[in-house]
Ligand binder design. Structure first.
Ligand code: MN
Length: 648
């Protein structure tokens, strides 16, 4: 099949062969007197004797006029041959008489009639971007690719262009302006330029760049797309632990891995947003560690791992408005400053619940792509879809494959990391076990993951220590990612440091916990309810160190565990409250046998006390309630009444 050429004659617009130079049809060539404008990349070897060229007087000498045809080629028009006086800087049409090595002899144009100036492009071989190496330094190259970003710097305008083999920065200088204003991100372009070494990397200094159109454009784009799609294909891995749930989720996990690899290959930024607990950190760090080496080797930007990647912990157990404000700020700023596209935001160990929706909806308004890996209950499925599927392009959650909470985000994150980068993944075999211990999940899969960790020398006790250390560290990190330290704690960095860090942090965390627990237990109020339940209440504001570790939720949990374990983990409810919130924990049997469902209670309270501004929820037997401070007494009293009526 022959494709019709869409190269057209510069003068009359009729179709001509694609490789014809100058791009003038035979008819027009006969009709016009042509004056060539030499390609800036052309050398002496490209100059054709007998033809007319446009030149500029560079220097006036006794011998005559030195006339530049471009920056590389200068010829001599002898004074005795010249038909007129010329001043430096003047434009002049000359005829090339002879070329011998670097010497070019010029003659004046003979006729005085009209002439037509046409650009003459040096025929350059087409290079694949990935094959341009330091040995091409100084060479003229031609590349075709897709613009990933356009950045205006204080010097040149930098176009990052990629094809299926790699990406390179193409720098174009235009005094005080953005070069090539008609060329933008995601355009298909042909760049002709010289390979240079600038800012510690190979670049192409643009001599000419043009946007491709029509069939040429679509065939270049299709070829790049097809090849990148193939390269983005994740590794053929098998799950560390084979379970039906994981098997059912595997195809969409592979699709997620592929989309992340694709993002790296096409210069799309990736933001990881994860819950700031040990399970969330494990999911985030695992995927981060898998992606960074790819980013380093595939991006022409030496700082790509900072410019095109972010991992950010979320303090709330959902992706909240405060998080999205930052994420939008960062991505819009980068779009403005560096010309990067909007990111893929991957939400980990958060993201599946209705509480995540508003923030994710807001992101979508600005064109960010949202993906979710979570193990929290996503609400009732409708036709197999969760509520957040409205905005999440890929949503991975064990509940959507007949599983539950026990397959944690950390486990899923590590399995995905192994698909993205098997080599890095090999170092992470012990992480899912720690995630399972941290989230206190049970079941066959969790046990298999814990066994894998044990095979690597992590005892249950040590995994618990690590989980607690990460919680402690996360508490102090607040909104920072803890890069470096978290890896060391997880045994992905230096193992001597891991041991030292665990010693230090564990000691601190244990001490803080003991102080908190002792004061709390001392001041705990216990009431035996008529239905046999033990209700423990704790005024967190009065009897705990506020704003220090452990925070309210964890403190309430600790107190609850301490009391409940003495009663054989039965019939116990603990409420820790502050001025405008309460945290509730109950033993499993209170949910199963007494029918406690915190979410229902919250809904009832909100209706019964309309002025109290009640919101909140969580699981059946664990979660939190928010209210306005003026209604604290009423809310707590009403709550206690409801608990006393349970199970009757
Ligand atoms: Mn989790």
């Amino acid at each position: 099949m022959r494709r019709k050429s869409n190269v057209r004659c510069l003068l009359c617009g009729s179709a001509i062969a694609g490789d014809r130079e100058p791009r003038i049809c035979e008819e027009c060539e006969k009709k016009h007197e042509l004056v060539f404008e030499l390609d800036p990349l052309a050398g002496h070897e490209d100059v054709i004797p007998g033809k007319l060229y446009l030149g500029r007087v560079k220097r006036v000498h006794e011998l005559g006029y030195f006339i530049a045809l471009n920056q590389n080629v200068v010829g001599l028009l002898r004074r005795r041959d010249a038909r007129a006086e010329h001043v430096p800087g003047a434009e002049v049409v000359v005829k090339v008489a002879r070329v011998r090595g670097e010497r070019v002899d010029l003659l004046p144009r003979e006729s005085d009639g009209d002439y037509t100036i046409v650009p003459l492009r040096k025929p350059l071989p087409l290079w694949k971007i990935g094959s341009i190496t330091a040995s091409e330094l100084g060479a003229a190259v031609r590349v075709r690719g897709i613009v990933a970003k356009v950045q205006r710097t204080s010097g040149p305008t930098v176009f990052t262009v990629y094809d299926e083999t790699g990406a390179i920065e193409c720098t174009a200088f235009a005094a005080g302006e953005r070069a090539y204003p008609g060329i933008d991100r995601s355009d298909v372009v042909e760049v002709r330029g010289e390979v240079v070494f600038r800012l510690d990397r190979l670049q192409v200094e643009v001599k000419h760049m043009e946007k491709l159109y029509g069939a040429e454009q679509s065939s270049v784009r299709a070829e790049i797309d097809r090849e990148i799609d193939r390269k983005a294909e994740p590794a053929e891995t098998k799950p560390l632990v084979a379970t039906p749930v994981l098997e059912a989720l595997y195809p969409s996990m592979r699709e997620l891995a592929k989309q992340l690899r694709r993002a790296v290959l096409t210069g799309v930024p990736i933001y990881l947003r994860h819950h700031a607990d040990a399970d969330g950190f494990i999911a985030g760090v695992a995927i981060e560690r898998a992606l960074l080496p790819l980013l380093r080797s595939n991006s022409p930007d030496r700082e790509a791992e900072w410019h095109l990647f972010k991992r950010l912990p979320s303090r709330a157990p959902f992706y909240e408005m405060e998080d999205v404000v930052r994420d939008l700020q960062y991505s819009l700023e980068d779009a403005e400053r560096f010309g990067t596209p909007m990111p893929i935001v991957l939400v980990l160990d958060n993201g599946s619940t209705w509480e995540d929706l508003p923030a994710m909806r807001k992101l979508r308004v600005y064109g960010a792509r949202i993906m979710v890996v979570d193990h929290h209950y996503p609400g009732e499925l409708k036709d197999g879809r969760a509520e957040v599927d409205e905005v999440a392009e890929i949503h991975i959650n064990p509940y959507m494959a007949g599983g539950d909470y026990s397959l944690t985000a950390g486990c899923l994150g590590v399995e995905i990391a192994r698909m993205i980068n098997p080599e890095e993944g090999e170092r992470m075999r012990h992480l899912p076990g720690i995630a399972c211990v941290a989230d206190r999940v049970k079941g066959e899969a969790a046990e298999s993951y814990m066994r894998l960790a044990e095979e690597r020398g992590y005892t249950m006790e040590r995994m618990e220590l690590i989980a607690e250390c990460i919680d402690y560290e996360a508490f102090h990190l607040r909104f920072m990612d803890g890069r470096g330290v978290i890896e060391d704690l997880l045994g992905l960095g230096r193992l001597d440091r891991q041991a030292e860090l665990i010693d230090i942090l564990w000691e601190e965390a244990r001490h803080a916990r003991e102080v908190q627990l002792k004061a709390a237990l001392e001041n705990l109020r216990r009431a035996e309810l008529a239905n046999g339940l033990l209700l423990c209440t704790l005024d967190l504001e009065k009897y705990t160190h506020r704003f220090s570790y452990p925070p309210a939720g964890k403190t309430t949990g600790m107190v609850h565990d301490a009391v409940a374990s003495r009663r054989g983990s039965e019939k116990t409810i603990t409420i820790g409250y502050g001025p405008d919130f309460a945290v509730l924990r109950a033993t499993e049997d209170v949910g199963e046998r007494y029918g406690l469902n915190l979410n229902t209670l919250v809904a009832e309270l909100a209706e019964e006390l309309p002025g109290a501004g009640v919101t909140g929820g969580g699981h059946e037997v664990a979660g939190s309630i928010k209210f306005v401070a003026g209604y604290r007494r009423q809310v707590l009293e009403r709550l206690a009444e409801k608990l006393a009526r349970l199970g009757a």
